[in-house]
Every structure is written in structure tokens, then in C-alpha cells.
Ligand binder design. Structure first.
Ligand code: C5P
Length: 306
């Protein structure tokens, strides 16, 4: 059983006040892009995880844990518990999504493992686990996991796990600049809180951007470029200052929008067309501000059995 699952970029990430449980209420507009991991699940004796880089990708697979703490392994155990079966599965994860890159690679692998194990162990005729059940299990594993199951473009509220699909038109073309070394998501949120406190900022309740929704619904890439917003970006730039240059270089080279993806350090650049994305990717590769430069388009479907 092999599942293909996309990376995401956040078109809007508005971070509200910190909650009692340590999470932040968000408006998180997720957009799934055509950069995919694949997870293959096969019957085995216990939960085993192996990770490899997809051919041609420069993903730092050595940074992914292969023990029980791997989010895909936890997903497999969660499905087994729900179905009352032994968690006896070997998971082979083939990665193209950057590790700890702000593109929800770990969450994507967990979503893929949920779907693969459900298909492996659930009854084909009368499945116990519905799509909604998988979304719920996903939310137990991480805030971004449900979106990796859903795909497309969606507004995430709460921790980001309460999803509503967004109306979009056409295809958007992206260029991603990856960086050496990941950023820890909790550290970036903590830095965001610290910066806000240091500046005495009053944290507003996050609202969905109307400009963004209109840009998506009309397929207007220039308007989308102007509406991109990430509240975590100042924190990511504070923790990794070279990203500032990556962003300005991409804009100087003609991107119609640029932002840090999620908690970073991957930077996302929007292009006007497929040709423009190819030109922008070539130009960005030439100036050496990124570990690697990858093109992708969105939106694409969520975790899918192939
Ligand atoms: O849900 P997930 O495990 O992916 O979240 C990782 C970390 O990101 C959390 O431990 C928390 O520090 C931070 N986070 C947050 N508010 C959110 C989502 C994540 O503070 N809405």
C-alpha cells in the first residue's frame, strides 16, 4: 500500500493569542503543492520505519527519527489501537519534502501512514474508520496532519486543524528555496511570542484575509502575491537572519510574492506562470542563496493511494 502526500505552504498564517494549552489560535490558510513524499506500508512483525531521499532530491533524511517517535510510526500505532489490531507494519518513507522546513513534511508522512494503515488493516467492505475519523486521528498527531489528508486549499482555524475548503480558480506556480538545517516549530512560535512581548504588541484575534480569498477565488496570482502573509516570518528571520537575503533576492529576481513557509526556513516565491517559475528557479539557483531550489504548483489533492 503506497500513499503519495503533498507538502504545504501557508498563504496566510495569522497567529492569535497563546492559549492555556500552549497552542495559538490561528487563521492558517493551507495550500497543498506538488512536492510529494511517498509512504509504503507493508505487513511486518512490529512497527518499523525506514527513510530514504526521493531520487534527485537533497532532503536531509538523516535528520528524521526512525524509532517509535517518528510521527508516521505514531500514526500507525494510533490506527492499530482504534481498529484493535497489532501494529505490525513496515513503513518506508521516500522523502522529497524538506525536513523541518516549514512545509509540514513530518505531518504529511503521518497523514500518509494513517491512510495506508487504515487501508491495510480496516475492512474493505465495511470500514470502521471514515474519512472524518482519519481527520480526527490526524488532529491528535499534529495541527497540520488533517490538512495533509484533505489537500487543496483550506482555511484552518483553532490550532489549524479545523478545516474548511477555500474556493480557488486555476493553478498557482511556486518556487521554493530550501535551507541547510531545519527550524524547530515550537522555537519559532516561542520567538514570535517573545518578539511580541518585547514590542509590547497587543495580539489581535486573527481574521481571514478578504484580499487573499478574492485572489484565490479569481485565480489572480498578482493579487495573491500581494496578499501572502506570515506572522511567524519575523521570528523565523530573527532565528535565521540569512533568510532575509533569500527573500529579497527572490523579489529582486521578479517573484510576485515571497514569504517564509510556515515556521521556515524554506522560502516560497510565487510566479506568474509556469515559464516564469522556471526562469525564477534558474535565476535563484544561480545566485546561491538556497541549499536547493524546487518548483511546484498548487493546489493538489491530499494524501492519495497510488
Ligand atoms: O501540532 P504540532 O505538534 O504540529 O505543533 C508543533 C508546535 O508548534 C507546538 O508544540 C506549539 O509549540 C506550536 N504550535 C502553536 N500553535 C499552533 C500550532 C502549533 O503554538 N496553533
Amino acid at each position: 500500500m503506497t500513499v503519495r502526500v503533498p507538502a504545504k505552504v501557508n498563504l496566510q498564517l495569522s497567529v492569535g493569542p497563546i492559549r492555556d494549552d500552549g497552542y495559538h489560535d490561528l487563521v492558517n490558510v493551507f495550500h497543498a503543492v506538488s512536492l510529494f513524499d511517498e509512504v509504503t506500508a507493508e505487513p511486518s512483525t512490529g512497527v518499523e520505519v525506514a527513510v530514504e531521499a526521493a531520487p534527485g532530491s537533497e532532503v536531509a533524511v538523516e535528520d528524521v527519527p526512525t524509532d517509535g517517535s517518528n510521527l508516521a510510526a505514531r500514526a500507525a500505532r494510533l490506527v492499530a489501537t482504534r481498529l484493535g489490531v497489532e501494529p505490525a507494519v513496515s513503513l518506508r518513507i521516500r522523502k522529497a519534502i524538506p525536513v523541518a522546513g516549514g512545509m509540514a513534511g513530518g505531518s504529511a508522512d503521518a497523514a500518509a501512514a494513517l491512510l495506508a494503515c487504515a487501508r491495510l488493516w480496516d475492512s474493505a467492505d465495511e470500514p470502521v474508520l471514515s474519512k472524518d475519523d482519519l481527520l480526527e486521528l490526524g488532529a491528535e498527531l499534529g495541527s497540520d496532519v488533517p490538512f495533509a489528508l484533505l489537500g487543496g486549499t483550506a482555511i484552518g482555524l483553532g490550532r489549524g486543524e479545523r478545516l474548511t475548503p477555500a474556493l480557488t480558480r486555476g493553478v498557482f506556480h511556486w518556487v521554493f528555496a530550501t535551507a541547510d538545517g531545519g527550524l524547530s516549530t515550537p522555537a519559532v512560535y516561542a520567538e514570535c511570542d517573545r518578539l511580541r512581548e518585547a514590542h509590547g504588541e497587543k495580539v489581535a484575534w486573527p481574521e481571514v484575509s478578504e484580499e487573499l480569498m478574492t485572489a484565490l477565488a479569481t485565480g489572480d496570482s498578482k493579487a495573491l502575491g500581494a496578499a501572502l502573509h506570515n506572522d511567524l516570518q519575523p521570528a523565523a528571520l530573527m532565528l535565521r537572519s540569512p533568510l532575509r537575503r533569500t527573500l529579497t533576492t527572490g523579489m529582486d529576481l521578479g517573484a510576485i510574492g515571497a514569504l517564509v513557509s510556515g515556521s521556515g526556513p524554506t522560502c516560497a516565491f510565487l510566479a506568474d506562470s509556469e515559464e516564469h517559475a522556471a526562469e525564477l528557479a534558474a535565476a535563484l539557483s544561480g545566485v546561491g542563496v538556497a541549499k536547493s531550489v524546487v518548483r511546484a504548483s498548487g493546489a493538489v489533492p491530499g494524501a492519495t493511494i497510488i
